[in-house]
Design a protein around this ligand. Structure first.
Ligand code: DQA
Length: 147
């Protein structure tokens, strides 16, 4: 079984970027953490981050072909306006859990809207890096038919 950890724009800067909002942990730490969770549960974790909308679209399309059973996805600011990413998620069969590190609802008005949420299997916001772990467990149950 295989899960994709997908991170969108600016998340390569985790640890350096607004640490008061996003914490001190790096993307590398996050990817290592979810990969080792996968190891503990015999689940292969592929990690991909891009600052480019088209590359995220291509990776979503690929996930539909390569046996990926679930996607943990933080689309960054694309969350709030990318209809192309929304359409890609609607167009694939693989369930996507949308994750946001920060509590987007306590921040600027433009962050309160997600164009992704209606096509996501679920959404986790405001729980920091823990949110990615919770998404991992949710997808694991889903892949076992217990979600
Ligand atoms: C974010 C929230 C978005 O509003 C922001 O543009 C990000 C990160 C989060 O993880 O809290 O880049 O997705």
């Amino acid at each position: 079984r295989k899960i994709l950890l997908l991170n969108g724009p600016n998340l390569n800067l985790l640890g350096k970027r607004e640490p008061g909002v996003y914490g001190n942990e790096t993307l590398k730490h996050l990817e290592e953490n979810i990969t080792s969770l996968g190891d503990a549960h015999q689940i292969e974790v592929s990690c991909f981050q891009s600052n480019h909308e088209g590359e995220l679209l291509d990776r979503l399309h690929l996930a539909n072909e390569d046996g990926t059973k679930g996607i943990i996805f933080n689309p960054g600011a694309f969350t709030h306006y990318s209809y192309a990413i929304r359409d890609a998620i609607a167009g694939i069969q693989v369930p996507v859990i949308e994750v946001h590190i920060s509590n987007v609802h306590s921040r600027e008005e433009f962050r309160h809207t997600s164009v992704i949420a209606p096509v996501a299997h679920g959404q986790i916001v405001g729980l920091g890096f823990k949110g990615y772990e919770l998404a991992f467990y949710a997808l694991m149950d889903l892949a076992k038919g217990r979600g």
